[in-house]
Design a protein. Structure first.
Length: 182
């Protein structure tokens, strides 16, 4: 899922070559005497698709009663228009509120490619969100400069895993502002 971080505890005694692993520089010991490390690892795109499909099913079936939050963080359904197909594409995403706006982080689980929902929104910024059973039209826009930094800090405060995603993504992760439309 886009908002979920996979952190793997790696035991040095069981993993040969850990010291030279490319992600080693982003890992931290669990405590000063531990041989166990915590490492951010990009989430497998196939896993993201599978979990998103199940999340979408339960969210729609229950009007967000199931799937309306993930680890205490609110979840919305963003429906974009496919940039190639023209079809409507729903995606469950963790979000944070900023006044009347909703803020999304296009982390794609720390993968080097942007998530498809963001590519679709870039092409056609008009979209629809569903929060619980309420639907509304929105317009998506990439936050820039100081606004991006302010919103990034809020997002990391809500979910610290975004910092690990930024390290493994090898790209600047877009922060997206959804503005309600009348």
């Amino acid at each position: 899922m886009n908002g979920a971080v996979l952190k793997t505890a790696v035991s040095l005694s069981r993993y040969r070559g850990f010291e030279s692993h490319p992600l080693r520089q982003y890992c931290k010991r669990l405590n000063s005497r531990s041989v166990v490390w915590r490492c951010p690892i990009p989430v497998n795109p196939s896993l993201i698709k599978m979990v998103s499909a199940m999340h979408l099913f339960w969210y729609r079936l229950t009007g967000g009663a199931i799937g309306g939050s993930l680890a205490g963080r609110p979840v919305l359904l963003l429906t974009t228009t496919g940039r190639k197909s023209g079809r409507r594409r729903p995606t469950p995403l963790v979000y944070l509120e900023d006044g009347d706006n909703m803020v999304l982080v296009a982390s794609n689980g720390g993968n080097p490619r942007h998530p498809v929902w963001w590519l679709n929104l870039e092409r056609n910024p008009e979209a629809e969100v569903q929060v619980r059973s309420e639907r509304r039209r929105v317009k998506g826009e990439k936050a820039e400069g100081e606004e991006r930094e302010r919103l990034w800090r809020l997002a990391v405060e809500m979910y610290s895993g975004y910092e690990g995603y930024q390290k493994t993504a090898n790209r600047e992760i877009p922060v997206v502002v959804l503005q309600p439309q009348s």
